[in-house]
Ligand binder design. Structure first.
Ligand code: TYM
Length: 339
């Protein structure tokens, strides 16, 4: 088992990142330790320049994200934790895969369509080729499993398509160059929605901070955000079918279930028939209880910049050693002369 995943250091870690991805990273790290597998988790800082950015913020956010991941339970002694910019093999591999990725494939990516919008001419080239770098991120390490939220599924399918075509075009039948990576998506928290709009995913780029729970929010802020979360006037149903067409209610019940480690049916068995005046404080308290220890560790870790930089340097050293053989095999398969 080779587990690889990344997160952009473009702002705070929020509840969607945590429940959709990071919690699974920690679980898989523990599983890998038991089964002799290996985990690589990275800050996708190279991806972060695909949208307008402030250099000083990128550096600060990269360090903060390392602190946040360690606070969530990623252990840098066990997992390899690094930022892409210190592992030059990612950018090299992206270029090598660019000969295989097709314009048509990239044009169909929903993230490209959403983020470029009507202004395609003004969008960066990096925003368009972003999924090729993402494919490089996982193929470089022969990843077998990639824990992500639902919104990254399409990018992972593209990585598989690139790997498959490259293997067909340049690999021997019995010796493929790349492993096809499988996405691992948590069914109970695949897509956590905005607290202000049940049809939009919870996201760092939403201008309203009230739309998301940040892992750095204090107890009062969390309680207030949950209290003000958009809902409807009906009481909660007793069965999951009753949540159909009630996106906001379904989202809050899903968050409760994911945090409590139960199913939606169990949550509705407990709260069915009750109004949000009762359910929201219970959800708020559960959130505070679960996030408080992470919050406290984060506050401590973020102070020690030297320790955070040392984690990234050591992670990059270990990542490069794993990346080299596949990168060299890729150069060779393409026919390059290498000294
Ligand atoms: P990013 O930084 O947007 O998000 C990091 C992880 O959090 C998940 N996620 C969510 N899950 C459920 N509900 C939500 N509302 C929600 N919002 C975010 C994402 O699915 C992701 O797993 N392109 C990637 C970073 C990346 C990457 C990779 C991931 C770069 N290279 C290689 C995996 C493998 C991104 O921008 O994720």
């Amino acid at each position: 088992m080779r587990i690889v995943s990344g997160i952009q250091p473009t702002g705070n870690l929020h509840l969607g990142n945590y429940l959709g991805a990071i919690r699974n990273w920690v679980r898989m790290q523990d599983e890998a330790a038991a089964n002799g597998g290996e985990c690589l988790f990275f800050l996708a800082d190279l991806h972060a320049i695909s949208m307008p950015h402030v250099p000083a913020d990128l550096a600060a956010n990269t360090r903060e994200m390392v602190a946040a991941l360690v606070a969530c339970g990623i252990d840098p002694a066990q997992s390899i934790l690094f930022n892409q910019a210190q592992v030059v093999e990612h950018a090299e591999m992206q270029w090598l895969l660019s000969g295989t990725a097709r314009m048509g494939w990239l044009s169909r990516m929903t993230q490209w369509k959403d983020k470029a919008g009507k202004n395609r001419e003004g969008a960066s080239v990096a925003l368009f080729t972003y999924p090729v770098l993402q494919a490089a991120d996982v193929l470089l390490y022969q990843a077998t499993h990639v824990p992500v939220g639902d919104d990254q599924k399409q990018h992972l399918e593209l990585a598989r398509d690139i790997a498959q075509k490259f293997n067909n075009d340049f690999g021997a039948e019995d010796a493929p160059i790349f492993t096809l990576p499988a996405p691992i998506i948590p069914p109970e928290a695949a897509r956590i929605m905005s607290l202000r709009d049940g049809s939009a995913k919870m996201s760092k780029s939403d201008p309203s901070d009230m739309s998301r729970i940040n892992l750095t929010d204090d107890a009062d802020t969390i309680m207030q955000k949950v209290r003000k979360a958009k809902t409807d006037p009906e009481p909660l149903p007793s069965e999951a079918a009753g949540l159909e067409g009630r996106a906001e209610a379904a989202n809050l019940v899903g968050v409760y279930a994911a945090l409590a480690g139960t199913g939606v049916a169990d949550v509705l068995a407990q709260f069915g028939g009750q109004g949000f005046g009762h359910f929201k404080p219970a959800l708020g308290e559960l959130l505070v209880e679960r996030l408080a220890p992470i919050n406290a560790r984060f506050a401590e870790l973020r102070q020690d910049r030297a320790a955070l930089d040392a984690i990234l340097a050591e992670g990059a050293r270990r990542a490069r050693a794993l990346a080299r053989p596949t990168l060299e095999a890729t150069y060779t398969a393409l026919g390059f002369v290498r000294g």
